[in-house]
Design a protein around this ligand. Structure first.
Ligand SMILES: [Zn+2]
Ligand SMILES: [Zn+2]
Length: 103
């Protein structure tokens, strides 16, 4: 019985950490944070959801980052102009962020 409680706690903390380590995108001056796929994120920097909230930023009403928290997010499969792998995260089925999805 004790073992089950320990496993339960372990799962709970694992999920909690995963939720707060979700990557969102916000520019330094922006008041909103966005998902990687949001066109309004522009040249925003990636940060954790926890960091964005700590900075006083709110969820974008267009891309609704909080509703995408459960989406399966992976690193973009596209390449940047200098040939390095794109660092943006995306929940898109194509496996590419909105910038690389265009082509
Ligand atoms: Zn947005
Ligand atoms: Zn990309």
């Amino acid at each position: 019985m004790k073992k089950i409680v320990v496993i339960g706690l372990f799962l709970f903390f694992g999920l909690a950490v995963k939720g707060f380590s979700q990557t969102v995108y916000a520019s330094a001056k922006g008041e909103k944070y966005h998902t990687a796929d949001c066109k309004l994120s522009g040249d925003a920097d990636g940060m954790t959801l926890a960091a964005a909230k700590k900075a006083g930023k709110g969820a974008c009403g267009v891309c609704k980052p909080d509703e995408h928290a459960k989406d399966k997010v992976s690193q973009c499969a596209g390449k940047t102009a200098d040939g390095t792998k794109c660092k943006r995260m995306t929940a898109s089925k194509s496996g590419k962020c909105f910038q690389h999805n265009k082509s």
